[in-house]
Design a protein around this ligand. Sequence first.
Ligand code: SF4
Ligand code: ZN
Length: 354
Amino acid sequence: MPGPAALCSGCGVRRASLRRPRSGEALCRECFVAAFEAEAHVGIASARLFESGETVAIAASGGKDSTVLAHLLRVLNERHGYGLRLLLLSVDEGIAGYRDESLAAVRRNQARLGLPLHVVSYQQLYGWSMDCIARHLGPRNHCTFCGVFRRQALDRGAAFVGADKIATGHNADDVAETVLMNFLRGDVGRLRRCTEILTGSEGTLPRCKPLKHAYEKEIVLYAYFQGLDYFSTECIYAPNAYRGHARNLLKDLEATRSSTVADLVHSGERLAIREDVRMPIQGTCQRCGYLCSQPLCKACVLLEGLNRGLPRLGIGKPSYLQKALLVCEKKAEVSLQQEEGARQRSQDPNTIDF
Ligand code: SF4
Ligand code: ZN
């Protein structure tokens, strides 16, 4: 916090009420809000995130990032004449005590912003809620399922409402965490893509991150100054997530070096992947038609495991998943043939059962 009598370095008139985490500037509330909105607009305009006439589905979870994003896009759309048709798109994973309450926050925001809302649920799309998956899965890997299912759910929901683009609330801290996580896991494919502000060149519905350059602390300040209503309780399965370890590591690093978030994002952007590193070739899932680099997309493999009572089948490297699934399919085929053989033998009067 700035000293008691410090004046805002923006207007030089009002008393400063905060020191910006991003730059250390002492600003009053009005100048901070104006700077935050102006920077978001510059980010959107310079990366050409939107084109006039587009329908943009804002992925709305009810948390601070997506609540700020929805508010901000509505303000900037009007102020700068972006010409966008905005709507809210939420995913109901089926997590009691968490998603039902955060969806209530989305509905309150929908009423305040006057934007249409569409909700897609895991139960509807996959026949499984996250709570039900967790009961079958045991104490770990919830986010592996949830992340894969949510990605597809958003794409399917956006296609249903005729959206041209999905805007997500990922901020600079999220991007830095993802760089760290992909680096630690050796996931070169995702490491290459995770810092991009606009994705979709591989044929999927384009997704953009208008808050990519905004720090989490500033998003919280902006939400506070604008009096935004959001849900801030963590998901009950989050403590088991690998992302949580990356987040803690990032916070520790940030305590000793304040520019860690920006540095990591910068490193991710500048990282060059060697030309001879083989990248996955995109095709479509043989079962559901979703874009993927294996015969079956990961959601179909995970779902197959759940439906067969083998929920861990889809956890691991893609090549192992596919092999495991093929072995299962082979076994099922053999057992079907055996059943059919037994049925024919029982109908054959010349067959004697011992
Ligand atoms: Fe889903 Fe994991 Fe996020 Fe919970 S923490 S909503 S399980 S991805
Ligand atoms: Zn599929």
